[in-house]
Write a protein that binds this ligand. Structure first.
Ligand code: KIV
Length: 264
């Protein structure tokens, strides 16, 4: 059986079929997500918080990411799997190439994700020219949480919005094949989605992106503390994990998730 690939994802954007993506960190959930019809699994460095109980994603290592990516890959056969590059694992080009290669060769990922705009454009170019597909991540960058002064909505003023659109175009020109856009106003996310040809996957970015992603444990209501406004407890709604994941996929595909109340 073959996995979904970038050609399929690009076709979904051009045909306006929404892409349903969730995070997962182990084989059992990878299997459950595949059964529910998820298109893409992100082995996110959010595992630092939801699996390891850390305060941020910063302590996550490349070894952690390889271990969890390998487990996810074993649990699913047809899903496209992306692995996050952890904090400072792509601080310079050589480091980025070595670590991305490990995530693909040892972890089995089909793509790596890294945070940042123009500042990482050369890294994206170096990786993609060597055959390593890259998903960029713009908007709220969890690895920069201390610089941003917390987990806040980004791009609220026109200057910030223009910068974000320009960053999206720069990373596309550098070779990125996918973009995750986190915590930005819905109208800005719509402008970014229209400004690039690569699929844009939103989290807290409104309904007009090409797809949606959530942290699995958030949408199952397991994350302690206040749930982010853009998330929804699909487990409370459905009463069972497989049903919750299936409902998420259906709601993303039909455009029912996110609602106006779940966007900025
Ligand atoms: O690490 C992660 O789970 C992520 C999502 C928030 C998109 O990057």
């Amino acid at each position: 059986m073959s996995r979904l690939n970038l050609t399929n994802l690009r076709k979904m954007k051009s045909e306006q079929n929404k892409i349903a993506m969730l995070t997962a960190y182990d084989a059992s959930f990878a299997y459950a997500l595949e059964q529910a019809g998820i298109d893409v699994i992100l082995v996110g460095d959010s595992l630092g918080m939801v699996i390891q109980g850390q305060e941020s994603t910063l302590p996550v290592t490349v070894e952690d990411m390889i271990y969890h990516t390998r487990n996810v890959i074993r649990g699913c056969e047809t899903v496209f799997v992306i692995a996050d590059m952890p904090f400072m694992s792509y601080g310079n080009t050589e480091q980025a190439i070595n670590n991305a290669a490990r995530l693909m060769a040892e972890g089995g990922a089909q793509m790596v994700k890294l945070e940042g705009g123009a500042i990482v454009a050369d890294t994206i170019k170096q990786l993609t020219q060597r055959g390593i597909p890259v998903c960029a991540h713009l908007g709220l960058l969890p690895q920069s949480v201390h610089r941003l002064g917390g987990y806040r909505v980004q791009g609220r003023d026109e200057e910030g919005a223009q910068q974000l659109i320009s960053d999206a175009q720069t990373i596309e020109q550098a070779g990125a094949d996918l973009l995750v856009l986190e915590c930005v106003p819905a109208d800005l996310a719509e402008r970014v989605t229209a400004a690039v040809d690569i699929p844009v996957i939103g989290i807290g970015a409104g309904a007009n992106c090409d797809g949606q992603v959530l942290v699995l444990y958030d949408m199952l209501g397991l994350t302690p503390g206040k749930r982010p406004r853009f998330s929804h407890d699909f487990l409370a709604e459905t009463g069972a994990i497989p049903a919750a994941i299936t409902k998420y996929v259906q709601d993303v595909k039909s455009g029912q998730f996110p609602t106006l109340e779940q966007q900025y």
